[in-house]
Ligand binder design. Structure first.
Ligand code: CIZ
Ligand code: SF4
Length: 366
């Protein structure tokens, strides 16, 4: 391996067309040694170079079955961690820009979750009563925590299956970091707001009384995705007034009020499938990240399907947006000259425990 990586600065201001041509050339040179995975929320100029696209569940399965030496993950940090955890030891997982994190994932950390577990232990044995479930949007050490404590990982595609499995073994769930996915899924399963309590991790005992904790079937970590909080019930009301025949579809990271007013609630894969299978000429209001909604709008234009974005303001995931053509090119040209940049590596003991929680999820996912 050559020692010195190409400096990123030389790539920063390259025009898009130059980047695109050089990305193709570097990909061709690397051949089957590289696989590029593109999350649905990636911008088009990056997404078009992906060998496979999908949500984090689909992409993590692809990472696990890939034979490529290099897995270049066009997504955010936790996804590249999952690719590292599920791939073979000789494979290298790469995130083209290390600052592509997830602000929701950052709302839970191991210290806070371990403190919550200890605080629960003052009331009962959490390892006998509570299943910890972490949304895949979380750091690897939280997945490892779930592995150690009989818990699981979930994605927005399989959250319901994962919760159902959890209640077969223990009577409570601690769900982190996204309160909305937890609440919306629990509601779909028939739980009422009285069955849920919100754990404010900035306060002792989550700001809850003993009675509230004893009563709760699901304890929801007070985290959220700021992108999905931009969608408001009034946007749905305005759409329905103008287009009574239209349908509304939202991601479960949206607020409870938005999800309750929607005709359908589900993950990105579910949103894509539902609109794909809808009748030509149908109209959709979609509450999820803008890049995906714009792509759906273009894709279905020919069928006369009208796809509208739910918010009147532009709301993109700014961290997903960090992966741009210059960073992808910089990554690939370094790889093509034998230099690995931005490798994401989860320490093996942590990876082993996280794999347990991920595997429990994969075993029950449809
Ligand atoms: O699981 C994912 O990939 C995310 C973050 C959203 C979704 O619904 O696909
Ligand atoms: Fe994280 Fe929200 Fe961005 Fe998804 S859209 S990566 S949850 S900040």
């Amino acid at each position: 391996m050559a020692a010195v990586a190409l400096a990123y600065e030389q790539f920063d201001s390259l025009p898009d067309e130059d980047c695109a041509a050089r990305i193709q050339a570097a990909k061709a040179k690397l051949g089957k040694r590289v696989v590029i995975l593109g999350h649905h929320y990636q911008r088009d100029e990056v997404f078009r170079h992906a060998d496979f696209s999908g949500d984090s569940l689909k992409l993590s399965r692809l990472a696990a079955s890939s034979n490529a030496d290099y897995i270049v993950f066009c997504g955010v940090h936790f996804m590249a961690e999952v690719a590292d955890i599920l791939s073979r030891p000789r494979q290298v997982s790469i995130l083209p820009d290390l600052s592509a994190g997830c602000s929701m994932a950052d709302m839970a950390n191991l210290a806070n979750v371990e403190r919550a577990w200890k605080e629960l232990a003052t009331l009962f044995d959490p390892d006998a009563r509570v299943t910890p479930i972490t949304y895949i949007n979380s750091a690897a050490d939280l997945k490892a925590f779930c592995g150690r404590h009989g818990g699981l990982v979930c994605t927005s595609t399989n959250a319901r299956h994962v919760l159902e499995r959890a209640y077969q073994h223990r009577d409570k769930v601690l769900f982190f970091p996204d309160q909305h996915l937890g609440r919306n899924t629990a509601y779909q399963m028939g739980m009422s707001p009285e069955d849920m309590a919100v754990w404010d991790f900035t306060r002792p005992m989550g700001g809850l009384t003993r009675h509230q904790i004893e009563k709760a079937k699901i304890i929801l970590w007070k985290g959220f995705c700021s992108v999905h909080q931009m969608f408001r019930p009034e946007h749905i009301d305005a759409f329905r007034t103008r287009h009574p025949e239209g349908k509304v579809i939202s991601h479960p990271e949206c607020s409870f009020e938005v999800c309750r007013k929607s005709d359908y609630v589900g993950s990105t894969e579910f949103i894509i499938k539902t609109i794909t299978e809808s009748a030509p000429g149908s109209r959709w209001l979609v509450g999820t990240e803008l890049n995906l909604v714009n792509r759906l709008r273009e894709r279905f234009r020919e069928d006369g399907k009208i796809v509208q974005f739910m918010s009147p303001t532009v709301c993109m995931c700014s961290t997903m947006f960090r992966i741009d053509p210059p960073h992808l090119l910089w990554t690939l040209e370094n790889l093509a000259s034998g230099r690995v940049v931005n490798r994401i590596r989860v320490p093996e003991d942590e990876a082993a425990q996280a794999r347990v929680a991920l595997q429990r999820m994969l075993d029950i996912s449809p």
